[in-house]
Design a protein around this ligand. Structure first.
Ligand code: SF4
Ligand code: SF4
Length: 237
């Protein structure tokens, strides 16, 4: 999601790469699940997240849609996000400001632990780190006001993310981000609501609903190439 942010106010003012150390360690979140609650629709899921979730839980996209994820329009493009549920009755809740304080991630267990920890979304892996994109690339940055754990320890970002094939993953993240930006531009310039809807349904199908085989990155790359040739005449990465 495009956000207008003043990095000076929310970060330590530094940019990081995967091999850098950063003060983000929070003792395995012992006893805390604050950032898994009241997050509204902000935990946006990319195709890698959905693929990992499907493989990890054994549930299809449609099954996840029943109560774990939901769809929202982000800068003109429909994308899934983690669904927050009402804390008391386990129903999904509206994302108004009042409701935000009473909601929790659909994957948060009664004990306050993430039930999909080993295949949790990229957003959750990074937290409290974020990504900032510039000139076809991105850096990590540390959000200093997001996690209240005192006495944070230094961790290597690579280890913090805990992802196999990190260079491939980071390359994929870059491609997806800039593809979305290009598609947002196309949608913005499209007058017809019906055409916008068709584009969105097509992208959802191609990148999220159609299952991936064993080599996610290779298949994603192929699908990306096809979509770029359809929408952008083969331009970009
Ligand atoms: S707020 Fe910090 S300590 Fe609490 S769950 Fe999130 S990352 Fe862990
Ligand atoms: S997926 Fe896991 S880490 Fe992410 S918000 Fe839900 S419970 Fe928390």
């Amino acid at each position: 999601m495009e956000r207008e942010i003043d990095l000076k106010q929310i970060s330590d003012g530094k940019f990081y790469l995967a091999n850098d150390m950063v003060k983000a360690g929070c003792n395995d979140c012992a006893g805390c699940s604050l950032c898994c609650q009241g997050m509204g629709s902000s935990i946006i899921l990319d195709p890698y997240d959905i693929n990992s979730m499907e493989k990890g839980t054994g549930a299809s996209f449609e099954e996840l849609m029943q109560d774990k994820i939901e769809l929202n329009v982000v800068d003109g493009i429909i994308q899934p996000n983690i669904k927050m549920q009402d804390k008391t009755v386990g129903n999904s809740a509206m994302n108004s400001r009042d409701d935000r304080e009473n909601t929790r991630c659909a994957f948060l267990s009664e004990e306050g632990r993430c039930s999909i920890h080993s295949f949790r979304p990229g957003f959750c892996r990074m937290f409290p780190l974020g990504r900032i994109y510039e000139e076809g690339n991105f850096h990590y940055f540390l959000q200093v006001h997001e996690c209240p754990y005192p006495g944070k320890t230094k961790v290597k970002i690579k280890k913090w993310l805990g992802l196999p094939e990190l260079p491939k993953y980071e390359n994929y993240v870059r491609q997806w981000h800039y593809f979305l930006k290009d598609m947002q531009k196309i949608v913005k310039e499209t007058q017809s609501d019906a055409v916008i809807k068709n584009i969105n349904m097509h992208l959802l199908q191609q990148f999220y609903i159609k299952p991936y085989g064993d080599d996610f990155f290779l298949e994603f790359e192929q699908r990306m190439k096809e979509e770029r040739s359809v929408f952008m005449h083969g331009t970009g990465s």
